[in-house]
Design a protein around this ligand. Structure first.
Ligand code: 5GP
Ligand code: ZN
Length: 148
Protein backbone atom coordinates (compact mmCIF):
# COMPACT_ATOMS: atom_id res chain seq x y z
CA UNK A 1 0.00 0.00 0.00
CA UNK A 2 2.69 2.51 1.01
CA UNK A 3 4.68 1.64 -2.07
CA UNK A 4 1.63 2.32 -4.31
CA UNK A 5 1.05 5.66 -2.56
CA UNK A 6 4.69 6.63 -3.12
CA UNK A 7 4.50 5.60 -6.73
CA UNK A 8 1.35 7.65 -7.30
CA UNK A 9 2.91 10.65 -5.53
CA UNK A 10 6.11 10.40 -7.57
CA UNK A 11 4.11 10.18 -10.84
CA UNK A 12 2.09 13.24 -9.78
CA UNK A 13 5.28 15.20 -9.02
CA UNK A 14 6.71 14.15 -12.41
CA UNK A 15 3.55 15.40 -14.19
CA UNK A 16 3.60 18.75 -12.35
CA UNK A 17 7.25 19.27 -13.26
CA UNK A 18 6.86 18.13 -16.85
CA UNK A 19 7.33 20.75 -19.53
CA UNK A 20 4.26 22.01 -21.35
CA UNK A 21 5.24 20.35 -24.64
CA UNK A 22 5.76 16.99 -22.89
CA UNK A 23 2.24 17.44 -21.50
CA UNK A 24 0.94 18.07 -25.03
CA UNK A 25 2.76 14.94 -26.26
CA UNK A 26 1.16 12.98 -23.38
CA UNK A 27 -2.26 14.42 -24.28
CA UNK A 28 -2.63 16.14 -20.90
CA UNK A 29 -2.99 19.47 -22.72
CA UNK A 30 -5.02 19.68 -25.95
CA UNK A 31 -3.67 20.89 -29.26
CA UNK A 32 -4.51 20.69 -32.93
CA UNK A 33 -2.36 17.75 -34.09
CA UNK A 34 -1.17 17.91 -37.68
CA UNK A 35 1.14 14.88 -37.84
CA UNK A 36 2.41 12.25 -35.44
CA UNK A 37 4.58 9.13 -35.46
CA UNK A 38 6.52 7.27 -32.77
CA UNK A 39 9.31 9.88 -32.64
CA UNK A 40 7.79 13.21 -33.67
CA UNK A 41 4.71 15.38 -33.13
CA UNK A 42 3.57 18.38 -35.19
CA UNK A 43 0.78 20.69 -34.03
CA UNK A 44 -0.56 24.20 -34.55
CA UNK A 45 1.15 26.97 -32.59
CA UNK A 46 -1.39 28.51 -30.19
CA UNK A 47 -0.28 32.05 -31.12
CA UNK A 48 0.55 31.80 -34.82
CA UNK A 49 2.83 34.30 -36.49
CA UNK A 50 0.67 33.54 -39.53
CA UNK A 51 -2.29 31.12 -39.83
CA UNK A 52 -0.94 27.58 -40.29
CA UNK A 53 2.15 28.18 -38.11
CA UNK A 54 3.19 24.66 -37.05
CA UNK A 55 5.56 23.41 -34.35
CA UNK A 56 7.48 20.17 -34.93
CA UNK A 57 9.14 18.46 -31.97
CA UNK A 58 10.74 15.22 -30.88
CA UNK A 59 8.69 13.14 -28.45
CA UNK A 60 11.75 12.79 -26.23
CA UNK A 61 12.45 15.91 -24.16
CA UNK A 62 15.66 17.46 -25.50
CA UNK A 63 16.24 21.02 -24.34
CA UNK A 64 17.80 22.28 -27.53
CA UNK A 65 19.40 21.52 -30.84
CA UNK A 66 22.82 20.33 -29.71
CA UNK A 67 21.26 17.80 -27.30
CA UNK A 68 19.36 15.61 -29.76
CA UNK A 69 20.83 12.33 -31.02
CA UNK A 70 21.23 11.66 -34.75
CA UNK A 71 18.39 9.14 -35.06
CA UNK A 72 15.84 11.47 -33.50
CA UNK A 73 17.25 14.43 -35.41
CA UNK A 74 16.78 12.60 -38.71
CA UNK A 75 13.14 11.85 -37.86
CA UNK A 76 12.62 15.46 -36.77
CA UNK A 77 14.14 17.14 -39.80
CA UNK A 78 12.41 14.78 -42.23
CA UNK A 79 9.11 15.75 -40.59
CA UNK A 80 9.97 19.44 -40.95
CA UNK A 81 10.43 18.79 -44.67
CA UNK A 82 7.12 16.90 -44.83
CA UNK A 83 5.27 19.74 -43.09
CA UNK A 84 6.76 22.34 -45.44
CA UNK A 85 5.42 20.36 -48.38
CA UNK A 86 2.05 19.95 -46.63
CA UNK A 87 1.77 23.73 -46.23
CA UNK A 88 2.47 24.24 -49.93
CA UNK A 89 0.22 21.41 -51.10
CA UNK A 90 -2.74 21.87 -48.77
CA UNK A 91 -2.72 25.55 -47.80
CA UNK A 92 -1.26 26.73 -51.10
CA UNK A 93 1.36 28.93 -49.41
CA UNK A 94 4.07 30.36 -51.66
CA UNK A 95 6.84 29.94 -49.09
CA UNK A 96 7.60 29.38 -45.44
CA UNK A 97 10.26 30.01 -42.80
CA UNK A 98 11.86 27.23 -40.73
CA UNK A 99 13.00 28.59 -37.39
CA UNK A 100 14.41 27.16 -34.18
CA UNK A 101 15.36 29.09 -31.01
CA UNK A 102 18.11 27.87 -28.69
CA UNK A 103 18.13 29.22 -25.14
CA UNK A 104 16.27 32.26 -23.76
CA UNK A 105 18.76 34.76 -25.22
CA UNK A 106 17.68 33.52 -28.67
CA UNK A 107 13.98 33.73 -27.82
CA UNK A 108 13.39 30.17 -26.64
CA UNK A 109 10.39 30.25 -24.30
CA UNK A 110 9.67 26.51 -24.07
CA UNK A 111 12.79 24.50 -23.20
CA UNK A 112 11.79 21.51 -25.36
CA UNK A 113 13.47 21.50 -28.78
CA UNK A 114 11.03 22.47 -31.53
CA UNK A 115 11.06 23.84 -35.05
CA UNK A 116 8.66 26.59 -36.11
CA UNK A 117 7.36 26.31 -39.65
CA UNK A 118 5.80 29.63 -40.53
CA UNK A 119 3.79 29.99 -43.73
CA UNK A 120 4.40 33.20 -45.61
CA UNK A 121 1.68 35.09 -47.41
CA UNK A 122 2.07 38.07 -49.74
CA UNK A 123 1.67 41.28 -47.74
CA UNK A 124 1.85 39.51 -44.35
CA UNK A 125 3.95 42.39 -43.04
CA UNK A 126 6.84 40.22 -41.86
CA UNK A 127 10.25 41.40 -42.93
CA UNK A 128 13.71 39.90 -43.03
CA UNK A 129 15.82 40.24 -39.89
CA UNK A 130 18.20 43.22 -40.04
CA UNK A 131 21.81 42.67 -41.12
CA UNK A 132 24.87 44.36 -39.59
CA UNK A 133 28.35 45.05 -40.94
CA UNK A 134 31.58 43.61 -39.58
CA UNK A 135 34.01 46.07 -38.04
CA UNK A 136 37.54 45.91 -39.55
CA UNK A 137 39.26 42.74 -38.26
CA UNK A 138 36.12 41.37 -36.57
CA UNK A 139 35.38 38.63 -39.12
CA UNK A 140 39.02 37.45 -38.97
CA UNK A 141 38.83 37.36 -35.15
CA UNK A 142 35.69 35.25 -35.25
CA UNK A 143 37.14 32.85 -37.81
CA UNK A 144 40.26 32.49 -35.64
CA UNK A 145 38.13 31.58 -32.59
CA UNK A 146 35.91 29.20 -34.55
CA UNK A 147 38.82 27.33 -36.05
CA UNK A 148 41.06 27.04 -32.95
P1 5GP B 1 9.82 29.37 -28.57
O1 5GP B 1 9.85 30.83 -28.23
O2 5GP B 1 10.12 28.52 -27.35
O3 5GP B 1 10.69 29.04 -29.74
O4 5GP B 1 8.34 29.08 -29.05
C1 5GP B 1 7.34 28.59 -28.25
C2 5GP B 1 6.06 28.58 -29.07
O5 5GP B 1 5.13 27.73 -28.42
C3 5GP B 1 5.39 29.95 -29.17
O6 5GP B 1 5.25 30.30 -30.54
C4 5GP B 1 4.05 29.76 -28.48
O7 5GP B 1 3.00 30.44 -29.12
C5 5GP B 1 3.85 28.26 -28.53
N1 5GP B 1 3.09 27.73 -27.40
C6 5GP B 1 3.31 27.99 -26.08
N2 5GP B 1 2.44 27.32 -25.32
C7 5GP B 1 1.67 26.60 -26.16
C8 5GP B 1 0.56 25.71 -25.94
O8 5GP B 1 0.14 25.42 -24.83
N3 5GP B 1 0.00 25.16 -27.05
C9 5GP B 1 0.44 25.43 -28.31
N4 5GP B 1 -0.19 24.84 -29.33
N5 5GP B 1 1.47 26.27 -28.54
C10 5GP B 1 2.08 26.85 -27.48
ZN1 ZN C 1 9.39 18.49 -22.77
Amino acid sequence: MRLDGNRIRSRRIKLINMCIFCKIINQEIPCYRVYEDDKVLAFLDIEPVNPGHILVLPKIHYQNFEDINETDLSALILTVKKIGKLLKDKLGVDGYNVHENNNPIAGQEIPHLHFHIIPRYAGDGLGHWPGKSYQPGEAEEIIKKLKN
